[in-house]
Write a protein that binds this ligand. Structure first.
Ligand code: FRU
Length: 485
């Protein structure tokens, strides 16, 4: 189906209609990447949660599938994860036809209304037909609650170092780790986080995985924790910790707070289980709880970020989690403008006109000097991104980018971020716009910034300006083919 309504992203995942929030159950199996998501099929605002479902062969083109999980008497279906139980450790399938298993949070509305604290528990569902239909486990809930008000978002995965299933979930101001032999009976192991990291809001949507550090032999574990509110630009955001994990306990000596994305619209992101090439692929929800229910779309609400490959590196002698769009995106690109280089004269504007920047990728390499880029149109909308080389600050100003008044915080502030990890002589910009979003990656994902925008008309003009003379290299503008045709 082509979805050409105003603001509908053309190469990002969106539900056909109605409300979506967190990505759930990211798992690869038999040639398909599954994407489940928090879904309310009856309205374009949050409501009783289901798991919507889509599948993809390449992480770019998605096929909508039927709803996978419906609320039942134990509660609404909140966020969670999915695995393939290859050895049938759960006994819910057979060795020849291993079950796919989803572990999610049950949110019991009656319990909440009655003022009880134990209204969130963890449930299990399984599929014996490669994810097409799902059965609830009759022994639910599998992880009960001992009066912890917020107790949710389980991420289960196979730990090949300890040969056990592992699970991390969040409990208010900390994460809890569990182990299991069969995905059904879980043993509590440890907790992490009460005195570390950002605590401006409750902890949500954890994930944990191991990555190599750059090209070295060192390996580290990364723990993702979303929080709402308390993000640097207000509302919700996702922090990460780099440390060690022995299958039972996570430890770190990290003192500063690190964010996976410094824009305002990348939340509740988690990574795929069971990927074929061992890549660590992340998808986030491209919105923010501050205004998610107010954005000016009509038939559906919100999109996912582009799937991104995560990697770990050392910059300034510290660990940095990098993220950049998966390479599969390259097949969608159509060269429109590639001008090897351009000389910028101090304080003199250079202008590139283009039919529609709002479905494009813009790339260039600057000289690690000040650089300002303004996307605009003849409806007087302008979206400004600015890199200040001396102060090492990056800013996005969407205050006049289009519709902003649907909610008071959306267009209020310039979003500024300190970028001390820009240490190279050149700064590579990769900027991707898809009608109502902009994703910016600096130096291959050392920093990323993801924001929603609602221009009155597509941007048609790009103005580039610097306070110093400098040479821009590898400038390209590419049209990005839509995925819904
Ligand atoms: C994060 C979150 C999760 C919860 C879900 C409910 O955005 O609040 O913690 O499981 O959304 O829809």
């Amino acid at each position: 189906k082509t979805n050409k309504e105003p603001y509908r992203p053309q190469f990002h995942f969106t539900p056909e209609k109605k409300w979506m929030n967190d990505p759930n159950g990211l798992v690869y199996y038999k040639g398909l990447y599954h994407l489940f998501y928090q879904y309310y099929p009856d309205d374009i605002v949050w409501g009783p949660m289901h798991w919507g479902h889509a599948t993809s062969k390449d992480l770019i083109h998605w096929e909508h599938q039927k709803i996978a999980l419906f609320p039942d008497k134990l509660g609404l279906i909140f966020s969670g994860s999915a695995v393939v139980d290859i050895k049938n450790t759960s006994g819910l399938g057979t060795a020849e036809n291993p079950p796919m298993i989803a572990i999610f949070t049950y949110h019991n509305m009656d319990g909440e209304k009655a003022g009880r604290k134990d209204y969130q528990t963890q449930g299990l569902a399984y599929s014996l037909d490669e994810g097409d239909t799902w059965l609830k486990y009759t022994g639910n809930p599998i992880i009960k609650n001992s009066t912890q008000k917020d107790f949710r978002d389980p991420k289960a995965f196979w730990n090949s170092e300890t040969n056990l299933w592992n699970l991390v979930l969040v409990a208010g101001d900390h994460a809890q780790f569990y182990t299991s032999k069969n995905l059904i009976n879980w043993e509590y192991q440890s907790e992490f986080g009460k005195n570390v990291g950002a605590h401006g809001g409750v902890w949500e949507c954890p994930d944990i995985f191991k990555l190599k550090v750059g090209n070295s032999n060192e390996e580290k574990w990364v723990l993702l924790i979303s929080i709402n509110p308390g993000a640097p630009n207000g509302g919700s955001g996702t922090q990460y910790f780099v440390g060690d994990y022995d299958g039972k306990r996570f430890t770190t000596d990290q003192k500063d707070i690190k964010w996976i994305d410094n824009g305002s619209d990348n939340y509740a992101g988690v990574t795929y289980n069971n990927t074929p090439d061992d890549k660590r692929v992340f998808i986030g929800w491209m919105s923010n709880w501050s205004y998610a229910r107010d954005t000016p779309t009509k038939n559906w609400r919100s999109a996912m970020t582009l799937p991104r490959e995560l990697s770990l590196d050392k910059v300034n002698n510290d660990y940095v989690l990098k993220n950049k769009p998966v390479l599969q995106l390259e097949k969608q690109l159509k060269n429109e403008y590639s001008n090897e280089s351009m000389t910028l004269t101090a304080n003199k504007k250079a202008v590139i006109n283009y039919d529609n920047f709002n479905q494009s990728q813009v790339q260039l390499a600057s000289e690690n000097k000040d650089l300002k880029m303004v996307f605009s149109n003849d409806a007087k909308d302008s979206l400004i991104i600015e890199y200040n080389a001396k102060q090492k600050v990056f800013a996005i100003d969407r205050r006049h980018s289009g519709l902003v008044n649907f909610e008071q915080s959306f267009g209020k502030e310039i979003h500024k971020t300190a970028v001390p990890n820009i240490v190279s002589n050149t700064v590579d910009f990769q900027i991707i716009l898809d009608w109502s979003s902009i994703e910016i990656f600096l130096n291959g994902g050392v920093y990323s910034f993801t924001e929603q925008i609602f221009p009155n008309k597509p941007y048609t003009k790009l103005t580039i300006l610097s306070t110093e003379d400098q040479e821009l290299k590898n400038i390209s503008i590419q049209y990005i083919n839509g995925i819904w045709n």
